[in-house]
Write a protein that binds this ligand. Structure first.
Ligand code: ITT
Ligand code: NA
Length: 184
C-alpha cells in the first residue's frame, strides 16, 4: 500500500516513514496546499483540511497539524505556530520569553487520516523553552525545545530519539498501531 502524507514539510515525512516501513506501507510526500482555517484547535484545522482534500485525492492520505503551546504566553503560538515560525522564527519565541522564568511549553500533533472516513490520532509532549537555540537536527522550533526528563533539545537528538518521545512520534505510533489492526 502507498500512503500519501500531505505536507510541505519534509522533516515530518522523515519522521513518519519509519513507522510504516515495518507494516509494508510506503509513505510518500505529496505537496498539495489545502486551506488551513483559523480555528481554536488543531483538531478543527486538521479535520477541515482532510475533508477538503478528500474530494481531490484518490486513495488514502493523511496530514498532520501541529503546534507549540507556551504556558507563559497563554498557549501562544498554538494554532498560529506555522505563521509565527515563518514570520518571527524561534527567535521570536525566545524574545517574547526574555526575563520570563516560567519556560513550560508543550508540542501537540493531530494526524487526520482519510480512507473514505476520517480518523484522528493525537500526541503531546511536555517540556520547556531554552534560553538559547541548540542543535542542528530536526526542524521548526526543535532547537529551542527540551522535552521533560531530558537536557537536550529536539534538535540535539537523532530522529529515532525524537520520535520515541515526541508529540508526532506518539501520534504516529497510535496511527500505525491502528493501521496494522485495520489493514485488510
Ligand atoms: P504542513 O505543510 O504539514 O502544514 P508546517 O511546517 O506548516 O507543514 P504545521 O502547520 O503543522 O506544519 O506546524 C506548525 C509549526 O510548528 C511549523 O512552523 C513547524 O515547523 C512547527 N513544528 C511542527 N512540528 C514540529 C516539531 O516536531 N518540532 C519543531 N517544530 C515543529
Ligand atoms: Na501548516
Amino acid at each position: 500500500m502507498r500512503l500519501a502524507f500531505i505536507t510541505s514539510n519534509p522533516g515530518k515525512v522523515e519522521e513518519a516513514k519509519r513507522y510504516f516501513e515495518p507494516l509494508g506501507v510506503e509513505v510518500y510526500q505529496l505537496h498539495m496546499s489545502y486551506p488551513e482555517i483559523q480555528a481554536d484547535t488543531l483538531e478543527e484545522v486538521a479535520e477541515y483540511g482532510a475533508r477538503w482534500l478528500a474530494g481531490r485525492i484518490d486513495g488514502p492520505f493523511f496530514l498532520d497539524d501541529s503546534g507549540l503551546f507556551v504556558e507563559a504566553l497563554k498557549g501562544f503560538p498554538g494554532v498560529y505556530s506555522a505563521y509565527v515560525y515563518k514570520t518571527l522564527g524561534y527567535w521570536g519565541i525566545l524574545k517574547l520569553l526574555e526575563g520570563e522564568s516560567n519556560r513550560k511549553a508543550y508540542f501537540k500533533s493531530v494526524i487526520a487520516y482519510w480512507d473514505g472516513e476520517l480518523h484522528i490520532f493525537r500526541g503531546k509532549v511536555d517540556g520547556k523553552i531554552t534560553e538559547e537555540p541548540r542543535g542542528s537536527g530536526g526542524f521548526g522550533f526543535d532547537p529551542v525545545f527540551i522535552p521533560e526528563g531530558f537536557d537536550r533539545t529536539f534538535a540535539e537528538m537523532t530522529t529515532e530519539e525524537k520520535n520515541a518521545i515526541s508529540h508526532r512520534g506518539r501520534a504516529l505510533k497510535a496511527f500505525a498501531t491502528w493501521l496494522k489492526e485495520n489493514l485488510k
